[in-house]
Design a protein around this ligand. Structure first.
Ligand code: E4P
Length: 223
């Protein structure tokens, strides 16, 4: 299981890397537009924080295949050749993915709403697909069921493409995506914080401490 951060905010990435086992970072143009720092400097700084073992997924903005390939080459040159080039799964995007995979470039197929897109992304050898859980639900469909079908398709066909589920609004969705078979999820840091933010947990910890103090007069275990 891989937990990735869906943010371009360097402070959030630094904080979460200190607290959690962060397997990577995903960005998209909307996420990056919230940050005031220079686009390339920020991405290089993010790479510096997460280290070379983690994956960094950066999205292209071009619409045509040629524009997407130009974006990809610029990112590979200015951010790093190990960058996962995140490309919307359109007809033009698939052509670009195919060419990039033939060159050995890491590719993440994004804006995935359907099993048919998942199928096509795997056929060109995408390393990851990013299905949009919450946005699928916004259409009245079942995000978990769609991801389960993608995972089953990949299992039945022996596809190596991994599912990094994205677009989450609550921790229930994150858990549903992982139970459905996604190998990875990308989430904002605040959702990771909420994983352990149940008031019942705090109360249990307070009660344990009170019982300890009642017997040991407030001493620490090491005293
Ligand atoms: C990440 O890969 C996606 O771009 C992102 O999770 C989309 O999230 P949103 O639906 O909240 O914009």
């Amino acid at each position: 299981m891989e937990l990735l951060l869906d943010t371009g905010n360097l402070h959030e990435i630094e904080r979460c890397c200190a607290q959690y086992a962060v397997a990577g970072v995903t960005t998209n143009p909307s996420i990056m537009s919230k940050e005031s720092a220079d686009f390339f400097e920020l991405l290089r700084a993010i790479r510096g924080v997460i280290g070379r073992e983690a994956t960094l997924h950066v999205q292209t903005v071009g619409a045509s295949t040629q524009e997407i390939l130009r974006d990809a080459d610029t990112l590979l040159d200015r951010v790093g050749s190990d960058t996962y080039i995140k490309i919307p799964t359109t007809a033009q995007g698939l052509t670009a993915m195919k060419q990039l995979k033939e060159r050995g470039v890491h590719v993440t197929a994004t804006a995935v709403y359907s099993v048919s897109q998942a199928l096509m992304a795997a056929s060109v050898g995408a390393d990851y697909i990013a299905p949009y859980f919450n946005r699928i639900c916004n259409f009245g469909a079942d995000g978990a069921a769609e991801i389960a079908r993608m995972a089953e398709l990949y299992r039945v066909q022996g596809c190596k493409t991994k599912i990094v589920a994205a677009s989450f609004k609550n921790i229930g969705q994150v858990i549903e995506a992982l139970l459905a078979g996604a190998q990875a999820v990308t989430v904002p840091g605040e959702l990771l914080d909420q994983m352990t933010a149940n008031p019942a947990i705090e109360q249990a910890v307070k009660n344990f401490r009170a019982d300890w103090d009642g017997r040991h007069g407030g001493r620490a275990i090491c005293e």
